[in-house]
Ligand binder design. Structure first.
Ligand code: NAD
Length: 483
């Protein structure tokens, strides 16, 4: 099959354009293992083109009334919503996630991000300080040309989550989606002109992280980078950005604990822990991959969990009843399977799953991995310390608050935690002492977009969320006069 008619294009200066070098690489559908589109292998030349367009557009966009910027962003949200089915099908095909999940979360949130930041564009203002001898106010001005670099696990959701605040604040954006899942970013870029974005305000360049991504981090005229992805990549970006003194926001990996006490609402905790472990095939930075259960309820909890895991329907992401789709790529599947082997070597007892699942028909070559549960792995072993980012959870019993806190805090990461207990005082103690940027009590992944979002330790630097992201994408200017 020739893929020439299914080419993804860059979006630069208001036009969909081929990469200047004419090079492409294949886009693989994870559920089938087959190439179905071509992705531009962009390089410095394309970036230069995008930077020039963004610099030209900046004065006009900066001076555009915030209400007008908001209007354009809302129009883009509407255009996505009007094509909901198309976007859902594309996201599922590109990523391997069930269409039902893309329809429930990815695409609605992709549009909602523009609405949330459209509100901020109009509302965002600086502080005032009144003292005996002086009167000051703070202006928040856009930075200029900024870049966003996003991962493959929630492709449109994270792509827009990063770009929307940058645009709302009056910056011109060069956005780089993941090369593993570029399709919905491309579809969005094709709507930008209709939404009313002036040419050059929003640019999308596709390609490899090590090539176009690295070019972005090294470009002297890109003044801020908002990155979401792996910790190793985040460190490389941080280092590359340092000599330019670029502003950097880093949302990185996690190894999140789910902690279930013996007084928890049992059924809610089992369902919550299962969802936290396996949502999106375990490929959410917030997934709870270490499941600590109080020893007094451990056996009963394990049994209930395994019953629920056995019910998870693995299948073609296009089928309405599929709950568990394909992992995103062959390379990622191999990485997850290697961790499953490692867990066995480290003494783990396999309780469920543990294998690639071979399906019939259209998906016979797809990258499916069974929801996998281990127990008996010491808290300090690699399986329990390193981010696997797949459908693998490790069950660990504990006897006291102190013990579980030590284990929960023992990894290099600190992104999210989920604590299940009906004792409000204990919940508050745990929330205070767990080293993570987000602690959910009796829930998981319940998001209020206004709240700060981000990680401690090797999980990141800085916070996102409506207020924090607007802060990141603006500079402060203090204006003082005497009284
Ligand atoms: P990744 O780090 O491999 O890639 C992320 C992005 O960075 C991609 O667009 C990639 O092309 C680009 N990139 C790669 N090398 C680069 C370089 N040298 N310079 C500039 N850009 C480069 O991550 P991934 O595999 O796409 O995503 C999975 C990771 O993302 C996991 O670790 C997960 O925990 C993390 N993640 C974190 C959050 C969060 O909010 N903290 C959210 C989602 C995913």
């Amino acid at each position: 099959m020739s893929l020439d008619n299914n080419k993804i294009l860059n979006f630069i200066g208001g036009e969909l354009v081929e990469p200047i070098n004419g090079d492409y690489f294949e886009n693989i559908e994870p559920a089938t293992g087959k190439a179905y589109a071509l992705i531009p292998d962009s390089d410095e030349q394309d970036l230069e083109h995008a930077v020039t367009a963004a610099k030209q557009a900046f004065p006009g966009w900066r001076d555009t009334a915030p209400e007008k910027r908001a209007q354009i962003m809302i129009k883009l949200a509407e255009l996505i919503e009007a094509r909901m089915d198309e976007f859902v099908a594309a996201e599922s095909r590109d990523n391997g996630k069930p269409q039902s999940l893309a329809a429930a979360i990815d695409i609605p949130r992709g549009a909602a991000n523009f609405r949330a930041f459209a509100r901020m564009a109009a509302d965002f203002g600086g502080e005032r300080f009144e003292k005996d001898s002086s009167s000051s106010y703070v202006l928040r001005t856009p930075i200029g040309v900024v870049s966003t670099i996003s991962p493959w696990n929630l492709p449109l959701l994270l792509f827009t989550w990063k770009m929307a605040p940058a645009l709302a604040a009056g910056n011109c954006v060069i956005a780089k989606p993941s090369e593993v899942t570029p399709m919905t970013a491309y579809m969005l870029s094709a709507l930008a002109n209709e939404a009313g974005f002036p040419p050059g305000v929003l640019n999308v360049v596709h390609g490899m992280g090590a090539k176009i991504g690295a070019a972005i981090t090294n470009h002297p005229d890109i003044s801020a980078i908002s990155f979401t992805g792996g910790t190793a990549t985040g460190l490389a970006i941080y280092q590359a950005a340092a000599p330019h003194l670029k502003k950097v926001s880093l949302e990185l990996g996690g190894k999140n604990p789910t902690v279930v006490f013996d007084d928890a609402d049992f059924d809610a905790a089992v369902t919550g822990a299962k969802t936290a472990a396996f949502a999106n095939q375990g490929q959410i930075c917030l997934c709870g991959s270490r499941l600590f259960v109080h020893q007094d309820i451990y056996d009963r909890f394990k049994q209930s969990l395994l019953e629920q895991v056995a019910e998870i329907k693995i299948g073609d992401p296009q089928q309405a009843d599929t709950q568990h789709g394909a992992t995103v790529s062959e390379a990622h599947m191999e990485k997850v399977l290697a961790y499953i082997e490692l867990a066995k070597q480290e003494g783990g007892k396999l309780l469920a799953g543990g294998q690639r699942r071979m399906l019939q028909g259209r998906c016979q070559d797809g990258y499916f991995i069974e929801p996998t549960v281990f127990e008996n792995l010491p808290s300090g072993c690699r399986t329990n310390q390193e981010e696997i980012f797949g459908p693998v959870v490790s069950l660990i019993p504990f006897s006291s608050e102190q013990e579980v806190l030590e284990m929960a805090n023992s990894t290099p990461y600190g992104l999210a935690a989920s604590v299940w207990t009906q004792d409000q005082d204990r919940a508050a103690r745990m929330a205070e002492q767990i080293d993570s940027g987000i602690v959910w009590i009796n829930c998981w992944n319940l998001r209020d977009l206004d709240t700060p979002f981000g990680g401690m330790k090797k999980s990141g630097l800085g916070r996102e969320g409506t207020w924090d992201a607007m802060h990141f994408f603006t500079q402060q200017k203090t204006v003082t006069s005497p009284k």
